[in-house]
Write a protein that binds this ligand. Structure first.
Ligand SMILES: C[S@@+](CC[C@H](N)C(=O)[O-])C[C@H]1O[C@@H](n2cnc3c(N)ncnc32)[C@H](O)[C@@H]1O
Length: 228
């Protein structure tokens, strides 16, 4: 087995298995504990967690060729739609103990699991609130490097823009996972992606990358943007 950095992405790894296969992974911040049903891979005194691109749109975007990953060790991240923490746990692995992730989730059922996860990961803070109202949680006093949004709502582009306007540092990044079917069940997904990008541009963001996540995540795209 061999383990190398995934491209030049800090905190993200490619594991090359003896059978010739390779899989993406992060270093487990909480060794011995799984978050979903991911495999744990010990190697040279470090434990890695496989990152399933069919369970995480962030991982799917990387596999599908995302060129820039703005979430790096030490990053401050505002994560909208954290659910029970599948992708946020990998973000937590990447940013490490120098970083901090504010996890917004409005489902009481999901946040229960998320709170248990955050108890084991010092760099994750769970916040039960509606991402539509960023002023509700402006007790978060610091600005963040990245606002990540995966909420499957029809107005998700507006919601990430409103949050970025409150919390994003100058020159910070946004990552928006678009679920075309939550916006329109009849329009071609590529038309929906373009409409969402137009909303972000109207809100003052430059679109740096747009990655279609098919076939890893059907009718989903990941948009990487930056405040201009
Ligand atoms: C697709 S799931 C997120 C999966 C998660 N990002 C991951 O990759 O592990 C979408 C989540 O967004 C939450 N959500 C939807 N609208 C929201 C809102 N307005 N505010 C906060 N959370 C919201 C849902 O409750 C759900 O848990």
């Amino acid at each position: 087995m061999e383990i190398k950095n995934y491209k030049s992405f800090k905190g993200i790894y490619n594991i090359f298995f003896p059978d010739g296969s390779k899989k993406i992974a992060t270093k487990n911040l909480n060794p011995g504990f799984k978050v979903y049903d991911e495999d744990l891979i010990p190697f040279k005194n470090v434990e890695y967690r496989l990152w399933d691109p069919t369970r995480s749109k962030f991982a799917a975007a990387i596999i599908k060729g995302l060129k820039v990953v703005p979430i790096i060790p030490g990053s401050k991240v505002l994560y909208l739609g954290a659910a029970s923490g599948t992708t946020p746990s990998h973000v937590s692995d990447i940013i490490g103990l120098e970083g901090l992730q504010y996890c917004i989730e409005f489902s009481p059922r999901s946040i229960r699991d998320l709170v248990f996860l955050c108890e084991k990961r010092e760099n994750m803070l769970p916040i039960l609130d509606d991402a539509r109202y960023p002023r509700n949680y402006d007790f978060i006093l610091e600005k963040v490097d990245v606002v990540y949004c995966d909420i499957a709502q029809p107005d998700q582009a507006k919601i990430i823009a409103d949050n970025a306007n409150v919390f994003l540092k100058p020159n910070g990044y946004i990552m928006l996972a678009i679920k075309a079917r939550s916006i329109s069940s009849t329009k071609n997904p590529s038309v929906v992606y373009k409409q969402q990008m137009a909303i972000l541009e109207d809100e003052g963001f430059d679109i740096l990358e747009a990655i279609d996540l098919h076939p890893l995540e059907k009718d989903h795209a990941m948009i990487l943007g930056k405040k201009s």
